[in-house]
Structures are given as structure tokens and as C-alpha cells.
Design a protein around this ligand. Sequence first.
Ligand code: MLT
Length: 320
Amino acid sequence: MPDVLLSENINGEAVKALSQRFHVTFLPDLWKDPPALLRCIPDFRALIVRNQTQVNRALLDAAVRLEVVGRAGVGLDNVDVKAATERGILITSTPDQNAISVAELAIGMMLSLARRIPAAHEDTRAGNWNRQRFCGTELHGKTFGIIGAGKIGYLTACRAKAFGMKILAYDPYLSCDNVYLSELAGELVSLEVLLERSDVVSCHMPSTPETAGLLNAGMFGRMKPSALFINTSRGEVVAEADLAEALRAGILAGAALDVRAKEPPTAGVLEDAPNILLTPHIAAFTDEAQNRVTRAICEDIARVLDGQPAQNSVNRVSKN
Ligand code: MLT
């Protein structure tokens, strides 16, 4: 009898180890075919996904044997946790396992924008030697604003601090005596103040009804014309057409996005915007982070299938 279904591309040593103990079915493209997923889900006790499988109420209702869903990553926007809880299905995730990699990409994006590295590279590859054209800006002494001061925001701010930047944070769930923020001599401010004072703004928020389209024309209008905007969190937090327009109008100097409102995106306004850097949701994609994420999720799934408590459950379910 099948045990574990992997509906996205999740592999490595930890998956092999899980396969030695349980019957594991690896269908990495199944997330693209929701009707096929719906047909096969009744057979499984566990489902492991990344961010593309839609674990919605209809799927959970059909999942008559399902005990646990493992989210190999941190965001839960593709999982209906409420519906799972109602059906007694446990959800586990891998908080913190990819945080360093995401922070490192955000910093890489900041350096790339500040020194215009991708544009200078393309120009030099084309046979040019335009030193004046690629005069950039220094980060030392500038202000780095994080929107969302959880683990990833904090690790990103630590790295910005190492460049000699001042730290501002906006997070409605944080108190101003937060110990991590104090360690960085960071200041907790309103979103409006953060946007007005920051030279670099980096988003680290989940996608929720409260954060949808939070960064819109009105908010971009508050930023300095020299400011850089980075989003490695969730695409839905940015009103993409407003960002493209802000770049075109010179309301801000540059933007880097690793995430999009729709993934994969349909080519649109952002691809043609000036001073934009786009990557395909790779912030968590490093060998180290993926090994940690895969190991953590496979170990938690094995625990649940063995009747043990999960280490990283995001909901509480009662067993009958
Ligand atoms: C996460 O939520 O962990 C990252 O964005 C990567 C992913 O979605 O798989």
C-alpha cells in the first residue's frame, strides 16, 4: 500500500532514506495536473509538497487516508491549514532551514542593483568598456529597511549591518524592545516611515489577505527616487503594474524580484521595466538549504507515520 506522495521535485539522500522505510511515490510534475492529483490522493497517508501543489479543501476532502502534509519550505500560502485541521490532517513545514540562503540572495540582489553588476556584465560581454556608465552607489552609511522582521528579515538585516548600514524595521507583530532588533541597533517604525527613510527596502512577509498588494503605487510614491526595492518573500505583496510604472517614472531607482504574483509568470509589464532584476524564485535554492529542508521534512513525515509527534507542526489535530 502506498504511503508517501511527493508531488513536486524534492529529492536527495533524505528521500532515499524515507523510501527505505516507507512506500514513496515520486511524481515531480503532478502539481501541474490537479485532477490527476485529486484522483490519486485517496491512496496516500502523507503528501510532501513545495509551494506549487495547491493543497486546498477539495484535495483534502478527497484525501481519506491522509495523516500529514509536509511543506518543504516555509510559506504556507498554498496550503489550506484550516481545512486540514478540520479534517484532522497535520501540516508540518521547515521553518528556518532555508533562511540563510534567502538572506544571502537578498544581499546579492542589493549589491547587484547598487553596483549595476548584471547590466555592466551584459554591456562588457557585448564588447564595450563603459566605466562611467556603470558608476554605482556605496551601501556604507545608508539605511536598510526590512518589511517583516522574522528570521529571514533578521538574518538579512544582520548582513546589511555588516556593510555599515543602519537598520529600520516594520513588523506589526514585533515590539520595539525586541532583543534581535536591539542587537542590530535597529529601529521599529511604521511602514510609511520605513519607506520614506530607507535607501534599500527588502520584503520578508508572508502572503496573507493583510499583505496582498501592500506595496502599491501609494507606497512606492513614498520612497526616495534613489531607493532600491527587493522582494524575496511572496509576489502577491507587490502590485506589479504599480512597481513597473514606478520604475518607468523614476519614482525609485531599481528593483529586484525573486517572486511573482503568478508563478511561473506570464510575461508582462515587469519584464520590460528599466533597472529591474528578475530571478525565478531561487532564494531557497542552494545545495545546503535544500538538503536541510528535505532532511527536516522527511524526518518529520517519518515521525508522524511512526505515530510520534511532529517536530515542526503548524497546526494541532486531535486523533480519534
Ligand atoms: C519557502 O517558502 O520556503 C520558499 O519561498 C521556497 C519555496 O516556496 O519552496
